[in-house]
Design a binder for this molecule. Structure first.
Ligand code: HEM
Length: 418
C-alpha cells in the first residue's frame, strides 16, 4: 500500500461505500495475474509462508486454479441494494476491499477512542496468507430488480434437486456467493468480517458453511472425511492451459453474453457424509464403491495414485466395479472427455445432529465451462451409485464466477452492466 495512504482512510472510504474514494485511497499495485495455470502446480493442502499471496488482477479471478488452501468460508448473500447504481457500487466496494485484503499491510494504531474498522483478529499485521476471495453470482440476481435479465449467463438457474438429494432450501442458492479461502482459518474469517462490514447495507447473509483442507497424509493429494484422497484427477489440468481454456473458462458468443468471457460456472454442493455408517463398512467394500485404494489413492486397476485407469481391460468390472464412483464419473472411454471439471472441494465438520450423529461432510465445489455438459451430466450419471447410501446432499447452489479484474479502473461484474 502507498505509504501515504492510511488504513483508516481506506477503511473509512470502504465504510461510506464510495468506490471513487476507495479507488483513490488504494494506489499500490497488488500484482497482476498472468494466467494462473502455473499456480495449480503447487500441491493442495501444503503449508505456505504467511507472506504467500496470489495476484489480484488478471483475466480470471483467484481461488479457481490455485491449489485449495487449508481454510475456506462459503457465504451466500441476498443483495439488498436499492437499485442498479447501488449494486454497481457494492461490486466496486467488494473489488477494492478484496484488492486490499489480498495484498496485506501493517495495521496502524487507530487510537483507543475510535471505532476501528480493523477487527484485530490478525493482530498488528494483515498478511496475505494465501487469501483468495472469489465472487460469483446466482441466477436470482438477474431477475427484475437490477435490469440484468439480458445479461444472465445462459445456463445459470437455481440448483437442481436430484433424486437422493434432501435439499434444505434455506441452505441453497442466493444472489451472490463469496468463496473465501486462506492458509489459516483466522485469515478467512478476518476477511469475511471486513467484507461484510464494508457491504452491510447491501448484502444480507442467506447461508454460510466453513470448510477445511487436510494436509497431505502422508503425501500426494489430501483426504476427504471418508478417508480417501480427493482431487487426484485434477492433476490433468496442471499446467495445461489449453485444457483449462476448454473445460474451465466460459467464453462469450454462441448462446452466452460476451461479458462472461473468463468466468466459470461455479457449483457448490453441501454433502453430508454418514461417517458412522461408513466406518462400519469393510475397506474392500469402501474401495469398490470409490474405485481406488484407500491408502495409496491408486485406481484399483493400477498401483500408483496418478495412474490412469484402463477400463477397456476390465469391461465387466472385475477389478474396478462398473458402479464405482470414479468409473461412473469418468468412464475414460472418450465419451466423457468434455465433461471433466475442475474440482476444488473442502471437508466440513459441524458438531452433531439432534440424534447425536456426527455432522461431517464435503463442500463439493467444481468449476465448469458449461454447467449442463459437465457437472449436471456427471451428477445425473452418479444418481444411483452405491455411495449414495452414505451421503446426503442438502444445500449449495449454481453460481457464475465473475471474470477477473483486469486493471485499476476495472471492477468485479462490470461487464454485466454494459
Ligand atoms: C461426498 C461426495 C463425494 C465423495 C466422497 C467423492 C469422492 C471422490 C474420490 C475419493 C475420488 C477419487 C479421487 C479423485 O480423482 O479426486 C473422486 C473423483 C471424482 N469425483 Fe467425486 N466425490 C463426491 C462427490 C462428487 C460429485 C457430486 C461429483 C460430480 C457430480 C463428483 C465427481 C467426481 C469426478 C469427476 C471424479 C474424477 C473421476 C476421474 O476422472 O477419475 N464427485 N470423488
Amino acid at each position: 500500500m502507498n505509504p501515504h495512504t492510511t488504513r483508516r482512510g481506506l477503511l473509512g472510504a470502504l465504510a461510506v461505500g464510495s468506490a471513487g474514494a476507495v479507488a483513490a485511497a488504494i494506489t499500490a499495485s497488488a500484482g497482476v495475474r498472468d494466467d494462473a495455470v502455473s499456480a495449480a502446480t503447487a500441491a493442495p493442502g501444503t503449508e505456505q509462508a504467511p507472506s504467500a499471496s496470489y495476484p489480484f488482477e488478471g483475466a480470471h479471478q483467484a481461488g479457481i486454479l490455485e491449489p485449495p488452501q487449508r481454510a475456506a468460508v462459503f457465504v451466500s448473500f441476498t443483495v439488498t441494494s436499492a437499485d442498479r447504481a447501488q449494486l454497481q457500487q457494492t461490486l466496486q466496494t467488494l473489488t477494492s476491499t478484496i484488492r486490499y485484503l489480498t495484498s496485506g499491510e501493517d495495521v496502524p494504531y487507530d487510537g483507543m477512542a475510535s471505532t476501528s474498522y480493523e477487527n484485530g483478529v490478525l493482530g498488528t499485521q494483515v498478511v496475505p496468507d494465501g487469501l483468495t476471495v472469489t465472487v460469483s453470482v446466482g441466477a436470482s440476481l438477474f431477475d427484475k430488480r437490477y435490469g440484468l435479465a439480458n445479461a444472465k449467463p445462459a445456463l445459470l438457474r437455481p440448483m437442481d434437486e436430484f433424486p437422493n438429494d434432501a435439499l434444505d432450501r434455506s441452505m441453497c442458492d442466493g444472489d451472490l456467493l463469496l468463496q473465501i479461502c486462506a492458509n489459516n482459518r483466522d485469515t478467512a474469517l478476518h476477511a469475511l468480517r471486513i467484507l461484510m462490514r464494508a457491504t452491510r447495507a447491501d448484502l444480507q447473509v442467506l447461508w454460510r458453511k466453513e470448510g477445511f483442507m487436510s494436509p497431505p497424509r502422508p503425501n500426494g493429494t489430501p483426504r476427504n472425511l471418508l478417508g480417501f484422497k480427493d482431487g487426484t484427477a485434477n492433476q490433468e489440468f496442471t499446467g495445461d492451459r489449453t485444457l483449462v481454456d476448454r473445460l474451465v473458462w466460459t467464453h462469450g458468443g454462441h448462446r452466452e453474453p460476451d461479458w462472461v468471457e473468463g468466468g466459470s460456472y461455479h457449483v457448490v454442493r453441501l454433502i453430508r457424509m454418514f461417517v458412522e455408517f461408513w466406518d462400519r463398512v469393510s475397506i474392500t467394500e469402501q474401495q469398490r464403491m470409490i474405485g481406488r485404494d484407500r491408502d495409496s489413492g491408486a485406481p484399483l486397476a493400477g498401483s500408483k495414485e496418478f495412474d490412469v485407469p484402463n477400463y477397456e481391460r476390465d469391461p465387466y468390472g472385475n477389478v474396478v466395479p462398473v458402479t464405482a464412483h470414479i468409473r461412473v464419473a469418468n468412464p475414460h472411454d472418450g465419451s466423457a472427455d468434455d465433461q471433466r471439471m475442475l474440482r476444488r472441494g473442502f471437508n466440513y465438520s459441524g458438531g452433531t445432529d439432534p440424534n447425536g450423529q456426527l455432522d461431517m461432510g464435503l463442500i463439493f465445489v467444481c468449476f465448469n465451462q458449461d454447467l449442463e455438459r459437465q457437472f449436471v451430466t456427471v451428477q445425473k450419471r452418479l444418481i444411483d451409485e452405491p455411495l449414495v447410501d452414505y451421503i446426503s446432499p442438502f444445500g449449495g447452489g449454481y453460481f457464475f464466477a465473475l471474470p477477473g479484474v483486469r486493471n485499476r479502473e476495472d471492477w468485479l461484474g462490470r461487464g454485466m452492466f454494459s
